[in-house]
Design a protein around this ligand. Structure first.
Ligand SMILES: NC(=O)c1ccc[n+]([C@@H]2O[C@H](COP(=O)([O-])OP(=O)(O)OC[C@H]3O[C@@H](n4cnc5c(N)ncnc54)[C@H](OP(=O)(O)O)[C@@H]3O)[C@@H](O)[C@H]2O)c1
Length: 240
């Protein structure tokens, strides 16, 4: 991997992943809505970097911004789609549900679609989507968040199958973190096996380099994933 774009690099996992990549001589393209955060991250990185302000919820503009960033970087070999929002929606307000879906689902699909078309023309490429262990279970506090991660994990499996059918050398890696200390989880008191963001980012970088199809971050979450797959849905309904 020589050049990579991280969609959502202004904080948390995306920010630390940018640092890990840069330390490993990867030229990085950094995106997010907060320009000042992109600028301050760029100043901290040891290697070459490019920045581009973008809101993935405005999908047409975001696709134009992504393509223009790729052009400025004179091509990339990896796109990491990390942008995501969470938080509880206790009142179950429609706008909160739709806001999350616009970013976590529509935004994800827009970025994946533009990346696949770019890599298909280029002949090869690697897309990395940051899903979650949450993709494997329902959540009464924020049903849309878990459902959005279930969507993108299932979607990435489908895209890998599509690439095989198309005969394209394009790999999609599904990253499923457990709990990680970031702004997204601040205030969440019901966490366990929590990783710091730098440890998680280092493991994500290794999974990308090893060209994994699915990776649990940190690795011990694979055990929880296995348990979640064998526990009947009815048990969840009774447990919450
Ligand atoms: N932390 C965890 O425990 C955990 C566990 C499993 C999965 N994840 C996933 O990991 C990813 C990163 O989350 P994090 O924990 O690192 O949270 P975070 O610190 O809040 O980072 C989220 C990133 O997404 C970007 N983003 C959000 N909305 C965006 C939009 N509309 N357009 C462009 N960028 C947008 C943010 O940038 P701007 O706000 O500047 O736009 C920020 O860079 C998310 O997809 C999350 O669901 C996190």
């Amino acid at each position: 991997m020589k050049k990579a774009i991280i969609i959502g690099a202004t904080s948390g996992i995306g920010r630390d992943l940018a640092k890990v990549m840069s330390e490993n001589n990867v030229t990085v393209g950094l995106t997010g809505r907060r320009l000042e955060k992109l600028e301050s991250l760029q100043n901290e990185l040891p290697g070459d970097s490019f920045i581009m302000q973008m809101d993935v919820a405005m999908e047409k503009e975001a696709i134009t911004a992504l393509n223009s960033l790729i052009e400025r970087m004179q091509g990339v070999d990896t796109v990491v789609i990390n942008a995501g929002v969470g938080g509880a929606n206790q009142e179950y307000t429609l706008n909160t549900e739709l806001y999350l879906i616009d970013i976590n689902v529509r935004g994800f699909v827009a970025m994946a679609n533009a990346s696949i078309h770019y890599f298909a023309e280029r002949g090869h490429g690697h897309i990395v989507g940051i899903s979650s262990i949450a993709s494997l279970l329902p959540n009464p506090r924020n049903s849309a968040y878990n459902a959005s991660k279930a969507f993108i994990s299932n979607y990435m499996t489908g895209l890998n199958m599509k690439m095989r059918k198309w005969g394209k050398d394009i790999l999609i890696t599904d990253i499923r973190p457990g709990f990680v200390y970031t702004p997204l989880t601040s205030g969440n008191e019901n966490m366990f096996w929590v990783s710091d963001s730098m440890t998680a980012s280092r493991q994500i970088y290794t999974a990308i380099r090893k060209r994994k199809r699915v990776a649990y971050i940190t690795k011990r979450w694979r055990l929880i994933a296995w348990l979640l797959k064998i526990v009947p849905d009815g048990l969840f309904v009774r447990a919450v």
